[in-house]
Write a protein that binds this ligand. Structure first.
Ligand code: ADP
Ligand code: MG
Length: 331
């Protein structure tokens, strides 16, 4: 073997090493972008050399909001809610979110119900002068809540007149998945996307620093006070809690997760439910569903599902975790 050959082999080896070195997340620039969508601060962090990528991702968030918002006129959801019982043709994306919502409703026996909108409309959880709605009006609104009456046929959606939908219980999780998919397709191997308590991680921290750690908000304390943290590699960590939107009146916490049977905020001793799994849309729907189901039934549902783990927080500050979730707790 001559010297020339050895040099060629070395040159090839060095090239390979150089290229793979460039793929290591640590060699890429950490970038962060923040926006406000779905009434929530969205913070995207990713290691990428593309200075425009995160702005593109935020533009996608705006596009999804334009389809799924209940309040933006001409969104798909707005058109469904104002169709007076007539079929409405929606985008593929909206049809996919509706399929997801209906699946979570079936899984949870209706604890999750996207047709909860007429009851939601009677509550103002964030206004200056919060009130408990009139019981008769709430009862009447609750009568209109029934996901089995929402008919999906491909991209055609039909909802009986008087009913309305609200995708707030799944939309953020579903969108977070889509944004993660976009970033992965564009070469991102390390990132963390936070949609207001709805977190998706891409890979691990750069430079071999291990899995991302996602803090879980203590429902009883101001924002940023974490009860525990979970290791999350390519996982979504989604929390539903009483602290997100709500008010206190005469010693009672009224919050935005409603019992579809009564239209009243769920009061079952839970203050938060966190779901961990690879599919953030499903995890988001489930976190709302498990909150409504309560501790016992909630644990039964997650135990019956492959790849989904949960952590329940009670109003006494107790934390109950499924074994898979407990294994992720940062000690
Ligand atoms: P967050 O929006 O804080 O992430 P959730 O995922 O738990 O919290 O979603 C709560 C939202 O879901 C409410 O603001 C409302 O729009 C909707 N919602 C409330 N109760 C239900 C329910 N029982 N089933 C489905 N959606 C619900
Ligand atoms: Mg949810």
């Amino acid at each position: 073997m001559g010297d020339g050959h050895v040099r060629r082999v070395l040159a090839v080896l060095l090239t390979v090493l150089f290229v793979s070195g460039a793929c290591v997340a640590g060699s890429e620039t950490k970038r962060t972008a923040t926006g406000f969508y779905f009434d929530t601060v969205v913070t995207l962090t990713a290691y990428t050399d593309d200075p425009e990528l995160l702005n593109e991702a935020l533009e996608e968030c705006a596009r999804y909001e334009g389809l799924l918002s209940k309040t933006l006129p001409e969104s798909d959801v707005w058109r469904i809610n104002h169709a007076g019982g007539q079929p409405v043709t929606v985008s593929d994306e909206t049809a996919e979110v509706l399929e997801l919502a209906q699946m979570v409703s079936r899984l949870s026996g209706g604890a999750f119900d996207a047709t909860v909108a007429p009851a939601m409309a009677l509550w103002d959880f964030t206004g200056d002068d919060p009130k408990v709605p009139d019981p008769a009006e709430l009862a009447e609104a609750a009568q209109k809540v029934d996901y089995t009456k929402l008919i999906l046929a491909g991209n055609a959606v039909t909802l009986p007149e008087g009913m309305q939908i609200d995708l707030g219980g799944v939309a953020k999780g579903w969108i977070a998945d889509k944004i993660a998919e976009l970033l992965r397709q564009r070469g991102v191997t390390s990132g963390l996307l936070n949609f207001g308590g709805n977190v998706v991680t891409i890979g691990e921290k750069p430079d071999g620093a291990g899995a991302w750690r996602v803090g879980i908000q203590n429902p009883e304390e101001p924002r940023g006070d974490h009860l525990v943290a979970l290791y999350a590699k390519d996982l979504a960590v989604v929390t539903s809690g009483t602290y997100e939107r709500g008010f206190d009146l005469d010693g009672v916490r009224y919050h935005h997760i409603l019992d579809p049977d009564t239209g009243m905020p769920v009061q079952n001793g839970l203050t938060g439910v966190t779901v961990v799994g690879p599919d953030s849309g499903l995890d988001d729907g489930l976190s709302t569903a498990l909150f409504v189901l309560g501790l016992e039934e909630g644990i039964r549902l997650v135990d019956s599902m492959e790849g989904v783990e949960a952590l329940f927080i009670t109003d006494e500050g107790k934390i109950m975790a499924t074994p898979g979730a407990a294994a992720l707790v940062v000690s």
